[in-house]
Design a protein around this ligand. Structure first.
Ligand SMILES: [Zn+2]
Ligand SMILES: [Zn+2]
Length: 255
């Protein structure tokens, strides 16, 4: 399994994009602005998108990707997997003809180019040998993370979350975890803001990470632009026993 980081930031700037990870060449986890890093040819290979939650920084590229690939998707639709509550939000607020056309009925509802498929937390879907498990987390809107396993190797992504038990309990049910992407969106000085916005900061992540029984390499994502170095310094200080790194756009992992 290959994981390519297309974007992993809390914001945008030149060379900085929001969350999207490409698994092998056909599955996206989240579809933030990082998708713009793909060539048209690479975009054409994408068949499935697993979404963590409805916030714009995680779904921004879905409408434009669908439009860009429209002709090629007729008879070969793109499938978005996410919680039913997230589908409802996307239907009401994005694919509502006002913000963007409803591609779930285009060119016709019998052969639409976009499928929005409901998935439940705890459910695992297998796509050509990659098993993808949805894990409920704790964000300001219904949010999930994912654990992906292929050929005995595994990686997990927290999605956007504040302190919670379920992510760690679900990861501990398995006998291994090789790689973990977990967010720490804010620095400790913004701990109150992190609490209200349902994100981790280094101190709150340091309280939760020891709940994990595995010892994967840990990469921190969703850093606030301009504060990356400060947040990583606080993370390393708060979690000295862990193999911590900053996740960056362009990183490629082979498991
Ligand atoms: Zn969010
Ligand atoms: Zn986010």
């Amino acid at each position: 399994m290959q994981i390519r980081v297309l974007g992993c930031s809390g914001g945008i700037a030149k060379g900085v994009a929001t969350t999207s990870f490409l698994i092998d060449d056909d599955i996206l986890i989240d579809a933030g602005t990082g998708v713009c890093d793909l060539t048209l040819k690479e975009m054409q290979s994408i068949r499935h998108i697993f979404i963590t939650h409805s916030h714009l920084d995680h779904i921004a590229s879905i409408p434009l990707l669908t439009d860009t690939l429209f002709d090629r998707l007729i008879g070969n639709p793109l499938t978005v997997h996410t919680q039913r509550s997230t589908i409802k939000v996307m239907r009401e607020h994005v694919f509502n003809w006002a913000i963007w056309p409803d591609f779930t009925v285009l060119p016709h509802k019998t052969n639409a180019v976009l499928k929005l498929k409901g998935m439940k937390a705890g459910e695992t879907i297998d796509i050509d040998g990659r098993s993808i498990e949805m894990i409920m987390v704790n964000h300001s809107v219904p949010g999930v993370g994912y654990r992906v396993e292929s050929k005995g190797k595994s990686f997990a992504f927290s999605g956007d979350t504040a302190s919670n038990e379920n992510l760690w309990v679900c990861l501990n049910k398995h006998d291994h975890l090789d790689l973990l992407f977990v967010e720490s969106a804010f620095a400790n000085k913004d701990e109150e803001l992190a609490r209200v916005a349902f994100h981790y900061c280094p101190e709150s992540l340091a309280r939760d990470l020891p709940k994990l029984k595995h010892r994967p390499e840990v990469f921190i994502s969703h850093l606030k632009p301009g504060e990356e170095k400060a947040i990583m310094k606080e993370c390393k200080k708060a979690m000295p026993d862990w193999n911590l790194h900053r996740l960056k756009s362009g990183d490629v992992f082979k498991l």
